[in-house]
Design a protein around this ligand. Sequence first.
Ligand code: M6R
Length: 366
Amino acid sequence: EKGGYRHFMLKEIYEQPRALADTIAGRALVEEGDVYLEDLDLDDAQLAGLEKIFIIACGTSWHAGLVGKFYLEKIARVPVEIDIASEFRYRDPIIPANSLTILVSQSGETADTLAALREAHGKGGKTLCICNVVDSSIARESDGIIYTHAGPEIGVASTKAFTTQLVALYLLALKLGRIRRSLSAADCQARLADLLELPRKLEETLELDAEIEELAREFVNARDFLYLGRGNLYPIALEGALKLKEISYIHAEGYPAGEMKHGPIALIDEDLPVVVLVPRNSTYDKVVSNMEEVCARGGQVIAVVSGDDEELLDKVAALISVPTVDEDLLPIITSVPMQLLAYYIAVLKGTDVDQPRNLAKSVTVE
Ligand code: M6R
């Protein structure tokens, strides 16, 4: 049932090109420059009139929501507030009439996310879930649904569910962008063409496997890890750190690269591996200078870059090179090396990768 893979987690990492293609299939209307989402339960006038979106989730799904905020604000120009379900549900949130609350959940059974959905409903808000399990509690109670077609995810550490959630949020942003006229049909066409290329690019990214397994050997004895990213890659820094924590039991923190100098830089020494997400995008120069501050203090930088970034080669301890994609798709592509690095470190440590201690696949109690 693991299809020849040693763990479900590795199998699921490898299933991502297929999972992404299935999540996009039938929804990308390339010729029209539009997106079809079958079960939104909101008509175009309601979507055009949205004044605010809330995104609520837990864990990895919350990280997907953080990227979703970038997509929706940038492409559809709707203000987005994002919160962790266990926080949102107890803070008596203010839900305006023309708002939409999006619940993101792989399992559709997470207790706090379900309670947040009920809270939003109770206050008269419209709800939409992004969910992987058909007919789950959250799917049943939400007004609208965008299913991710990742297929069953068995490993406790979420991988393919996360990257398909990012695709679902991206598709929603494109759809809203078209309806609200902040995105032209031509731009939408170009974005969809790039999106359709993504499964193949992910296939290419998976070829990093052997190289990352090797890298894991170098860093397996570290006591702590720091992950840095900016903009839409800050959530990927958080996700990289969470993956490492949950399956290898190594302490790891994700941080916005620009916040380093406000405290965490004090932690840097020769024993601290720092994963820096620094592919070519609009904040490239800023992140390079954040990275140089780490290098100057002896930190061991593992840089995730696009293509062969030779400029950085002699500055860092290791370079992981991902295929070049549009900057809005970088969160998806850079997730893969985050997953593989955590996976191989955990395997070397001999932990129970698919069933890490103290964790459950779906957290149905609060
Ligand atoms: O099923 P959900 O997406 O609602 O689950 C949310 C979190 O419990 C989940 O993402 C958790 O953080 C994972 N173990 C992360 O790998």
